[in-house]
Design a protein around this ligand. Structure first.
Ligand code: URP
Ligand code: ZN
Ligand code: ZN
Length: 465
């Protein structure tokens, strides 16, 4: 065998075991796992010493928004900076949301997103298709499915953006996707009560007094929990399959656990920020920067969500990357309802989850691999091509040091942002080396990939973790 790359002597970590071995790559795939593989290396092959390192299946972030027109601006990380950030964070597959605008068809929305990525992406990508106008869009679901997109999304909020789906649309989408074997992702927040609470507090006096803290005041936990309850109900009644995106509350985790125990086919992800940050940031002078939707919650929610990650009701950890710079965040001018909502995340997903998860002994390193790579690959229909360390699968790998930490500094990062939610924090788990389909795209913590290497990955099914 003429191997192109041999990664020697690392600890290979999968979702189920850790073993010490070499791993060899030929072309885009893992070609061998075993001892002394350098003997089979081609002349001039890339031989990497990984002794004392973990070699993992690379991360899969199933929830990102790159170059998203949103909140009156466009999210600052596009398929160039966003996928470079992914690479340096050890992530080699991202799933973005293709969202039709205005009166666009699903096909137009999908084509638009494919054009954003083509020639720019440095890591592999695929899409969930957002259904924003059920009456017209439902006719296109099968056609989109046939183009490699079995996962669809509806938003229970964002009326002003023109994205909101009502209960009937969600019910009908669950039925339709059940027939096709697809998965419905739902942004679950209770919009009418949320609107009422926002209107109550939207006064000059309150905004002057409380600033960005009003984001917390107007989104008590029941706003998410009530909406999740409705999704559970519609999922139970239709016999469909739902996936709650960016679950942020302990109440949500309780509900999902109960629903799963009673046979409802519902899944829930959380995002790394809900596991590593809490709403006290909104008391800081720069609190507005952390506005995201749903917002960060209390330390008790953080604890409950970690429990959910361990016990299983939280199936994976993603980012909801939706980057906005300081200048964009400053559009708020003191009014929290105008803050572009979202944060950078791809570059720090694996490090923050590793540091607060594995190093703080909330997760084993195998559970970490499962929640960041294997489980999302299985659920989203990417496994075993992605999310595994097995011969014949895509050589998507990240090599990390088990304990060595790096200080987060937005000035040294790939993400197109002039602040970072973890600024100054010491995190382990940054990618020392990353491989995407056999090509090394990070070497010694530096990006060495190229635009256009990332490829669209079509999917023909969804699966189970
Ligand atoms: O704040 C966020 N999450 N921005 C992106 C849109 C969404 O709801 O996921
Ligand atoms: Zn959302
Ligand atoms: Zn999102």
């Amino acid at each position: 065998m003429q191997f192109d790359t041999v990664i020697r002597g690392g600890k290979l970590v999968t979702a189920s075991e850790t073993t010490q071995a070499d791993i060899a790559i030929r072309g885009e795939r893992i070609a061998a796992i075993g001892k002394d593989l350098a003997r089979g290396a081609a002349h001039g092959a890339n031989i990497l010493d990984a002794r004392g390192r973990y070699v993992l299946p690379a991360g899969i972030d199933v929830h990102v928004h790159l170059a998203l027109p949103f909140c009156g601006t466009v999210s600052a990380d596009d398929y160039d900076s966003g996928t470079r950030a992914a690479a340096c964070g050890g992530v080699t597959t991202v799933i973005d949301f293709a969202i039709p605008y205005g009166e666009e068809t699903l096909q137009q929305g999908l084509d638009n997103w494919r054009a954003k990525a083509a020639g720019k992406a440095c890591v592999d990508y695929t899409f969930h298709m957002a259904i924003t106008k059920w009456d017209r869009h439902h006719k296109e679901i099968r056609k989109i499915f046939e183009q490699g997109i079995p996962t669809f999304k509806q938003f229970m909020i964002y009326e002003k953006e023109g994205w909101q789906a009502d209960d009937a649309a969600i019910f009908a989408a669950l039925e339709a996707l059940k027939d096709l074997g697809g998965l419905l992702l739902v942004h679950a927040e209770s919009s009418r009560v949320l609107d009422l609470l926002i209107a109550r507090h939207h006064t000059p006096a309150e905004m002057k007094k409380h600033g960005a803290w009003l984001h917390v005041v107007t989104r008590p936990n029941f706003i998410e929990a009530e909406a999740i309850e409705r999704v559970i109900r519609w999922t139970r009644e239709t016999g469909g399959r739902a996936f709650i995106v960016h679950m942020s509350t302990g109440e949500g985790a309780d509900l999902v656990k109960w629903a799963q125990a009673t046979g409802v086919d519902i899944l829930a992800e959380t995002c790394v920020q809900y596991l590593t940050l809490d709403d006290r940031v909104f008391k800081q002078p720069d609190g507005r920067l952390f506005a995201t939707c749903p917002q960060l919650k209390k330390p008790a929610d953080v604890r409950r969500l970690w429990q959910g990650v361990r016990d299983g009701e939280v199936c994976n950890i993603s980012t909801d990357t939706c980057t906005f710079t300081r200048k964009q965040k400053d559009l708020w001018k003191g009014d929290w309802t105008k803050i572009p909502m979202g944060m950078p995340g791809l570059e720090t997903l694996m490090p923050a989850a590793y540091t607060d998860g594995v190093l703080k002994k909330r997760l084993t390193v195998n559970e970490f691999v499962n929640k960041l790579s294997t489980a999302p690959a299985k659920i989203m229909g990417l496994y075993p091509q992605k999310g595994s360390l097995a011969i014949g699968t895509d050589a998507d790998l990240t090599v990390i040091h088990p304990t060595s930490k790096r200080r987060v500094d937005w000035k040294k990062m790939q993400t197109h942002c002039d602040w970072n939610p973890y600024q100054g924090r010491e995190l382990a788990g940054f990618a020392e080396h990353t491989f995407c389909r056999g090509r090394q795209i990070v070497r010694d913590y530096a990006f060495v990939g190229a635009n256009g290497w990332g490829r669209f990955v079509g999917r023909d099914h969804v699966g189970r973790a």
